[in-house]
Each structure stands twice: as C-alpha cells, then as structure tokens.
Ligand binder design. Sequence first.
Ligand SMILES: Nc1ncnc2c1ncn2[C@@H]1O[C@H](COP(=O)(O)OP(=O)(O)OP(=O)(O)O)[C@@H](O)[C@H]1O
Ligand SMILES: [Mg+2]
Length: 455
Amino acid sequence: MPKVLVIEDDAQMLENYSRMLKRFGYDCIMEPSSDNALKTLKISKPDIILTDLRMPGSSGFDIISAVKRSDPDIPVVLITAYADIPTAVEAIKKGAFDVIAKPFTSEQLQIVLERALTQKLLMDENRRLKEQLRGTTEVEIIAKSPPMREILALIERISHTDANILVTGESGTGKEMVARMIHQRSQRAGMPFIPVDCAAIPENLIESELFGYEKGAFTGATTSREGLFEAANGGTVFLDEVAELPLLMQSKLLRLLQERKVRRLGSNRFISLNVRIISATNRDLNRSVSEGHFREDLYYRLNVINIHLPPLRERREDIPLLALHFLKRYSVTYEKNIRGISPEVMELLEGYSWPGNVRELQNIMERAVILCNDDYLTLHDIPSEFLTLKDDTLQIFTTYHSAKETFEKQYLQNLIRSVSGNISKAARVAGLNRRTIYRLLKKHDIKVGIDDPSH
Ligand SMILES: Nc1ncnc2c1ncn2[C@@H]1O[C@H](COP(=O)(O)OP(=O)(O)OP(=O)(O)O)[C@@H](O)[C@H]1O
Ligand SMILES: [Mg+2]
C-alpha cells in the first residue's frame, strides 16, 4: 500500500486526513509535530508527503526545503488556508509538487495524491534503472583537493587486497561511490556488488534478507530464497548505514565473518562464503561502541582500513570541478547546450556551506540545467530557496524592500538624466506629479543638474 506522511498540528484535521486516505487506499502516517517530521520521514520512508503550510515550529516551506535536500524524489503536497497566488507560486518554486487550498473536497485531494503517486513511481523506476547502469559503468570520482587526492591514492593501494573497509563521512559525501570504486578496482570486479541498506530493512526482515531462507522456514516463506550474502558470493557486500544494525544482527554478522559460512533460515546446510565487506556510516561508530550500541569486536573486524570523506565545505577546491562535472553530465542527459557557469553562480556555489554535501550540489546542478535557457548558467537558474538562505556567506540577495529601493533610485537617476533635469518633463514621462518627483529625489538624495529650468 502506498504510504502518505501527513504533517498537521490540528488533531481533528489529522484524523480527517487519516480517514480519507484510508478510504483512498493509502497507508497513513500521522505526524502532529512538524519539528518531528524529518525524523518520522527517515524512519517511515513515505511515498508522498502531505503537509499543512502554517504550523507552530517548522512551516510547510521548511519541510519542503528539508525534503528537497534529503529525499528530493518524494513529492510534497502543501495544504494552505491562505490560498493566495504568491504562496502557491513560492511553494512550487521551492519544489512543492502541488498546492491545495482549503477548503477542498476529498475528490480534489484524491486526484492530487494520485498524480503525486504516479510521479513517485516513475522516479523510483528511473532511479532503479540508473542504479542498474551504475553497477556496470565505471565510477568517476572528481577530486582536486589534497584530502581527496590522498583518498584516491589510498584506494589505489588497498583495492586489490581483501581487507574489509569502513567508509565514514557526512551524508552525501560520496561513501557509496568510494565503495563501488574499490570494488571495480579489485579482482572481484566481474562479480556482484550488493548494496544492503541496514537502515531501510525492517528489523524483523534483516535476517532473512541477509541470510536467505528455505521454503516453510516461517509463515509466508512459500518458496526458498537466497540471502544477499549468498548472492554476493565472490564479490563485495556494501553494508550501508551499518551503525543501524540491531545488536542481535551484529552478533550474527560477526559469526558469519568469523566462520565464512552462511546458513539459510530453516536449513541446516552451510554454504561457504567468499565476500569482501565494505561498510559505511555517517555516525561516529567509535562512540556507538563506547555507548554500547555497536559491538566492539565487530567494529574491529569491519574497520580494518578506514576511509574518511571530509564534508564538501572543508574541501572547497573541489566545488568548481564538481559543479562543471555535473553541468556536463546533465547537459548531455537533458540535451542542452550549456557552455559554462557564470562567475556570480560559481561564487555562490563556492561560498555556500553545503549541509547536503556533493549530493546537494548534484541536485542543484540538475535543476539548474533543466531550468537554463542560456549558454551559461546564471542566477536565474538557481532555485530561489538557495539564494535566500540565511547563510553568513550569502549576502548577494537582499529583501524585496531593499531591491525595490535600489530599482527606484536607478530609475530616477536615468529618468532625470534623459530629460536633462527638467522636472516637469520627468513628471510627464513617469506619469507622476511634480511633488512626488521632488519627494523621491529628496528621498534618494539625487542632485538635479544646473540645466534644470525649474531651479
Ligand atoms: N567526488 C565525487 N565526484 C563525483 N561525484 C560524486 C563525488 N562524491 C559524490 N558524488 C556523487 O554524489 C552523490 C552522493 O554520493 P554517495 O551516494 O556516494 O554519498 P553517500 O556518502 O553514500 O551519501 P549518504 O550518506 O546520503 O548515503 C552520488 O550521486 C555520487 O555520484
Ligand atoms: Mg549512501
């Protein structure tokens, strides 16, 4: 059943949504606190998000920005009682899938949700196909900064060994990419590379997913199935988000690594295994160990070699190169003829703090390429929420009020120049009266030249 995460602070409304959604055939996850919503999002992995615009705490806009950063494929439908056009336009610009104005009929809601779901399914399919391709195509890691060059050198040295590797670093820094590159550079390259997202598999299914099962091992096991370790035999298993593995599974994994054998659930036959383990986490695993959430012996077994990827803001030299790399790639994908990035945009990209790291940069570049109608990427192509971020380094964009003031002053200066300081003429051209012109000139401290006949 498709899942909808509903974020709405009003308990009564939340109940209403839940009833409607169930009737439409959706699984409804209710979240009354918008501040809690991101956590719920991570855990529940919904297909669609339905959120109120105004709530105490984070607003619907905040939700959109956060989702665009972390899960850009999930369509966000915004509900607003303030059905003014600017709000709707703003929301769409920020990346909302659609906006529904209160009051609405349940049929209207159903239609929007169906469209959102269709889009989500297409995105999923697209991603799956891309991932299939990525498994076979060569990974290209863009690296110019000293720490990244060191990492490339380290990858060269360790790929051909069978050592288990732990890749650490913030979300979006390229951990999976490094894992794939190591696999491709190893003797295992022709064998499978199997990614396992330890955070995404429900706890009660992890064991059967990893180890497989025989027919009749449990209710619902109508056929036998090999586990992911068995499928990867001869190749590499990539344990993503390894810190999220429940303790019980950690012990079972340790056993498997020690014995180099796997036994399907419900079977007593052991299958010998030859797999290399590359794990990744954005957590401090050392701390998980000292806090008792992660087994120390497993930690040492997985972390024979550690590769730590620094966040993008600590290797700004890589930003222009990465930006151009993505520009080139998406220009090909979207059949655009874009030759470069304007200096203002580059300055903006280099100055930004990139909390979502390379993945965020990649998403911004993809959107910019789609929007761009020029030879060069300009500020017009950069999403508005990016330009108005309250980042210390971003002072280029000002408020509407101050932009209007700047425009007014420039307009007046040009106007006065074009009429050689003749106020009556200026008033006629501008369609304002003389008093207003005088007031505006005074406000902006514009001096009128000596050839002004009215003086
Ligand atoms: N140095 C790089 N050169 C080119 N592309 C990169 C580089 N680093 C990351 N990318 C791209 O950025 C995206 C995110 O990378 P990846 O999925 O490897 O990150 P991650 O660290 O696994 O993120 P998460 O913790 O969110 O799972 C990918 O599409 C990847 O291709
Ligand atoms: Mg990853």
